[in-house]
Design a protein around this ligand. Structure first.
Ligand SMILES: [Fe+2]
Length: 424
């Protein structure tokens, strides 16, 4: 390792900008016998929040490090660099780093964006005595960004993995096989985020295997579940799955349009009323759902969402229940469906012509068909055990004036459990 003056680590970038040809590796002798240079990369890269000119990448690290993304449009030409920094200070962390790429122009969607993440060890001896280790990089990945004008689009949604390693491994294999343009993790990634469990490992390295990468070559869209807000480290979750860059107050609300499909994510929050004694005054989901209701009304009126031939919403807790189901608005028991969310959001989804809600939470798959009163179907994915687990596959395509959407729920063996097709 090298001990270097602070001036030597000055990087020629400003927050979130891209410098062509930048070489941000300042120093380091790379002595592998030194613990400072031990392997630091502790998760595969997890791509999030694709936009026409950017995307974000999170990576878990095993020691204090800075990170950057090198990217370009050929595997052997990663000529752009985006560095994680905030108010001029380059980000450093010993658990997780998030780098957002802001490209000067629109990124291609008809060919991959090639990228790798580089992390570099950092140690402070004093304010002017900083040490840097050897940069360590991930392999180069070919990222396909979903095309806003796509003729066809595939979304796969999974839910309620609850840290079940066997299920998570099999889901990785099925996701590779189905090869979606966008992966949705529809809540309950964990049982809770209590120490000593590492929040970033559950969220970014759920298979506990750097070679299992379900969101390194496609973006992940996270839809928050009731277990994802439990535990003393739950507040760290948004450092790994960073939420919507445009709405920091409503991080889990996204309204995206890709080709024939509009997808809106809603956060049902906890499964009991805020005043429930188990929350000990830490729950404020009732006003939060109301805020989301106002947001939802606004986004369904946006031209990009309104004009989509097909519209789906994700909510971890179902919005429709079966007769006798607990709606979670009273202190007894817990929600089988979100009575609060149903009242606030379903009328808007219905009026805006949404075809379906994708949800989970019940650990048992089902399809709630349209009724005269409720034309919005509900696909409920299964549970954490391999025999309960499911993948919900949404295929939407458009050919001239004709468009069709097919939604299927599959089990881990690929058996078809539920299906519905729409034509317009
Ligand atoms: Fe749940």
């Amino acid at each position: 390792m090298g001990v270097i003056p602070v001036s030597a680590v000055a990087l020629t970038t400003v927050p979130g900008t891209v410098v062509q040809g930048a070489e941000p590796n300042p120093s380091g002798t790379g002595d592998p016998s030194d613990d400072f240079n031990r392997p630091l990369i502790a998760s595969p890269p997890v791509v999030q929040n694709p936009r026409s000119q950017g995307f974000g990448v999170s990576i878990a690290v095993a020691g204090l490090a800075t990170a950057w993304v090198e990217y370009g449009f050929a595997e052997d030409d990663l000529s752009f660099t985006a560095i994680a920094s905030h108010h001029g200070l380059v980000q450093a962390d010993d658990q997780v780093l998030h780098v957002r790429v802001h490209h000067p122009d629109e990124l291609p969607t008809d060919r991959p964006v090639f990228y790798r993440v580089v992390v570099q060890p950092l140690r402070y001896r004093s304010a002017y005595q900083l040490e840097r280790g050897e940069p360590q990089e991930t392999p180069v990945f070919a990222l396909r960004l979903p095309d806003p004008n796509a003729k066809r689009l595939r979304v796969v949604s999974i839910n309620d993995t609850h840290e079940n390693a066997a299920t998570i491994r099999r889901l990785h294999a099925k996701i590779e096989e189905l090869d979606p343009d966008l992966l949705v993790w529809n809540g309950d990634t964990c049982n809770d985020f209590n120490a000593p469990k590492a929040t970033e490992q559950i969220l970014l390295n759920p298979a506990n295997d750097l070679a299992q990468r379900w969101a390194s070559t496609r973006p992940l869209l996270f839809s928050n579940g009731n277990h994802d807000v439990r535990g003393e480290r739950a507040r760290e979750a948004s450092r790994s799955l960073v939420g919507c860059p445009e709405s920091p107050d409503l991080p889990y609300n996204q309204a995206l349009r890709f080709g024939p499909l509009a997808i809106v994510t809603l956060d049902t929050g906890e499964d009991k009323p805020d005043a429930h004694p188990v929350f000990a005054g830490t729950a404020a989901y009732e006003p939060y759902r109301e805020q989301q209701a106002a947001w939802l009304k606004q986004v369904v009126a946006q031209p990009a969402i309104r004009s989509a031939p097909f519209k789906i919403a994700t909510t971890h807790i179902p919005l429709r229940g079966l007769p006798g189901h607990n709606d979670g608005t009273a202190v007894d028991g817990y929600a089988y469906y979100s009575g609060f969310g149903a009242k606030l959001w379903l009328p808007t989804l219905k009026a805006a012509g949404f075809q379906a809600v994708l949800s989970g939470h019940m650990h048992r798959d089902r399809l709630d068909e349209a009724t005269d009163q409720m034309p919005v179907l509900q696909f409920v994915g299964g549970g954490p055990k391999p025999e309960q687990a499911t993948l919900t596959v949404v295929d939407a395509q458009r050919d001239g004036d004709r468009a069709e959407m097919n939604i299927r729920i599959l089990d881990l063996d690929g058996n078809l459990l539920h299906q519905k097709q729409w034509n317009s």
